[in-house]
Design a protein around this ligand. Sequence first.
Ligand code: 5GP
Length: 115
Amino acid sequence: MSETTIFDKILAKEIPADVVYEDDAVLAFKDINPQAPTHILVIPKKRIPGYADLLAESDAFVGDYMKKVAKVAQELGLNGDGYRIVFNYGKNGQQTVNHIHAHILGGRGMSWPPG
Ligand code: 5GP
């Protein structure tokens, strides 16, 4: 069993979050430390530590999760100007919460390469 994280407390509504989308499989909420005018985290309700762990999940699960990220971005009105999706993984990726999360960043032009 993977470790519990702050996101489990958000999923359990034990600590508040500014939720923008929720269904049976995922929760999307505003990042507490936004790096863009729109900065949303999309997490599966199933506890999966990080991106590499998606290999153990079914194609249906992963496909549904990826489509939900796109759906949230669309509902946020970001399709017109575009947006960036980030999955940080592990030490070099500077992942700080070990419950997989897609960052949706939008509302400004992004730079490349990322820091
Ligand atoms: P990571 O660095 O793991 O890719 O991203 C974790 C993200 O979770 C960070 O952007 C951080 O600001 C956000 N975060 C950490 N704790 C909380 C919290 O309690 N509430 C919310 N809404 N976001 C959080």
